[in-house]
Design a protein around this ligand. Structure first.
Ligand code: SF4
Ligand code: SF4
Length: 503
């Protein structure tokens, strides 16, 4: 007798009075949850296959479906949560490392919601963004240059290369392979329209998207997938990925099932085998080694492109950032431990790293103390959910933010956290042609443009209420923030005063 240890996490609730047996849910669900029972003449569901992606709920023409989390499956136990028990059953069955995707879902404290923004009243009046100009443009890159002129007053100094953003937000690294071609096409089109950048991640750049190079950041990761001269030349900036918030200290893993011929061609790897990038770059064991790679990339591109070094937010992030600021890099990207991923070992994702809010505040402080803050820009990602998070990040010291999960949600992602299976009913984290086709790149680009445009309006509105008319004046302006419900050490680490304490 086959015993089923793990009970279904979700229950499909079908309102029989509304269902017209059109079987659309059967066609829309690639997990095979729904089927038609011809003997009983009605639709039935296999709850055990449901991942709660909501595709059937959102497409059912009669609104007949609901998905509910099954409650009270096990006797309640303060020590043993249902997830902990199910994970043990799963490992006892497979003997393998647990895999998961998207960001850390656990209930660790987060700080964005415990930071409050100041507003101007009476003496320093607010600014009305509908009637007065607001500056949301930012430039990323080294700002430290000694200006020299020749005897005729002409500028002799070669200015360092910079990225210019119309809004202080960019689409973070998501590789072709982990997400579909249509996602990349939507990101590229949206980045161009918005005057910002998207990031290829470690999977190379599809030939068809070279035309968007002026709005593309290409990544050089430990596996060097898809990296060659033309790839570097095509980009506006190059990001060296040393770490990722969702999986600090380990490499990437794209299962063979997601490596289609086009993905293999773009990554320059064989078809049919897993693409595993190593944990370290095999040529980097010190800041000096990192500096060599930064300089090699700069030389290879005629020193015309800014170089970003991306690291995960970890315990000694200040010292790491201090080294990066001296490595010749133009931008430091810090990815927090709630950042998303297409696939990561669950234990690493949920237990390694620190919140990006703390990492950002400490790095900004450290670089200022050492007088090297102007050597580099700081970009943060890994939990930015709204324009308010973005504003708070800038006030804590960031120049701009990366958004990944928020961008995917705008494309339809319902955070079912099953990207690593390769089946995404929303056509995002999949390479299955029928599923990929569900995401129209033009419609996707429109939604991404709308999202960032809405955030830009909200940013202007919030800056206006603070009496600030430029992102430049907001950056590092921690006096504009107050902490609520935080310990003294958290306030000290973030460098903000408690709510109620005046200027
Ligand atoms: S899509 Fe809705 S109406 Fe059609 S079979 Fe499924 S539940 Fe019934
Ligand atoms: S991208 Fe797709 S598979 Fe991944 S969490 Fe979102 S809806 Fe689920």
């Amino acid at each position: 007798m086959k015993v089923r240890y793990i009970l279904p996490a979700f229950e499909v609730l079908r309102d029989e009075s509304k269902c017209v047996n059109c079987r659309l849910c059967e066609r829309e669900c690639a997990n095979g949850v729904h089927s038609f029972d011809s003997e009983r003449g009605r639709m039935i569901a296999n709850d055990a296959k449901c991942v709660d992606c909501h595709r059937c709920v959102c497409t059912c023409p009669t609104g007949a479906l609901k998905i509910a989390e099954t409650k009270d499956v096990y006797r309640s136990n303060a020590n043993w949560s249902r997830a902990a028990i199910d994970e043990i059953y799963r490992q006892a069955e497979s003997g393998g490392v647990l895999l998961s995707s998207m960001g850390n879902p656990d209930t660790y404290p987060e700080f964005w919601n415990r930071l409050l923004i100041n507003a101007s009243q009476v003496t320093n009046p607010p600014i009305d963004p509908l009637r007065e100009p607001m500056e949301t443009q930012v430039r990323l890159g080294s700002g430290r240059v000694k200006i020299e002129r020749d005897e005729n007053g002409r500028l002799k100094t070669a200015l360092p290369p910079q990225l210019e953003l119309q809004v202080p937000v960019m689409f973070s690294a998501m590789s072709y392979g982990s997400v579909s071609y249509n996602v990349h096409a939507a990101l590229a089109r949206a980045a161009k329209e918005l005057g910002i950048y998207y990031n290829t991640g470690e999977g190379g750049l599809h030939r068809d998207l070279y035309g968007y190079g002026d709005h593309t950041i290409v990544q050089v990761a430990s596996g060097r997938f898809g990296v060659f001269r033309e790839y570097l030349d095509a980009a506006a900036a190059i990001e060296i990925k040393m770490g990722q918030g969702a999986k600090p200290g380990i490499g990437g893993h794209l299962p063979a099932a997601k490596i289609t011929p086009a993905v293999a061609r773009t990554r320059m790897i064989p078809e049919g085998s897993d693409a595993i990038s190593p944990a370290p770059h095999h040529d980097i064991y010190s800041i000096e080694d990192l500096r060599q790679l930064v300089m090699s990339v700069k030389e290879a591109t005629g020193c015309r492109k800014p170089v970003i070094v991306k690291v995960a937010a970890v315990h000694n992030i200040e010292a790491i950032a201090s080294g990066i600021a001296r490595s010749g890099a133009d931008v430091i990207a810090i990815d927090g431990f709630r950042g998303g991923t297409g696939a990561a070992p669950t234990r690493i994702r949920d237990n390694v790293g620190i919140p990006v809010e703390l990492a950002l505040a400490r790095v900004d402080d450290r670089l200022r103390e050492e007088g090297v803050r102007d050597n580099v820009s700081i970009v943060v990602g890994g939990s930015i959910r709204s324009s308010a998070d973005m504003l708070k990040a800038i006030a804590l010291g960031a120049d701009a933010c990366y958004i990944g999960t928020a961008a995917l949600i705008s494309l339809g992602c319902h955070l079912c956290r099953s990207c690593h299976t390769g089946i995404c009913n929303w056509g995002i984290a999949t390479q299955i042609p029928d599923l990929v086709a569900r995401l129209d790149p033009d419609e996707g680009a429109r939604r991404l443009v709308n999202l960032v445009t809405a955030w830009k309006h909200e940013l202007e509105e919030m800056m206006g209420c603070m009496g600030i008319n430029s992102v430049e004046a907001l950056r590092g302006n921690r006096l504009m923030l107050r902490g609520i419900g935080m310990t003294e050490s958290e306030l000290r680490l973030l460098g903000v005063k408690p709510a109620g304490e005046s200027m």
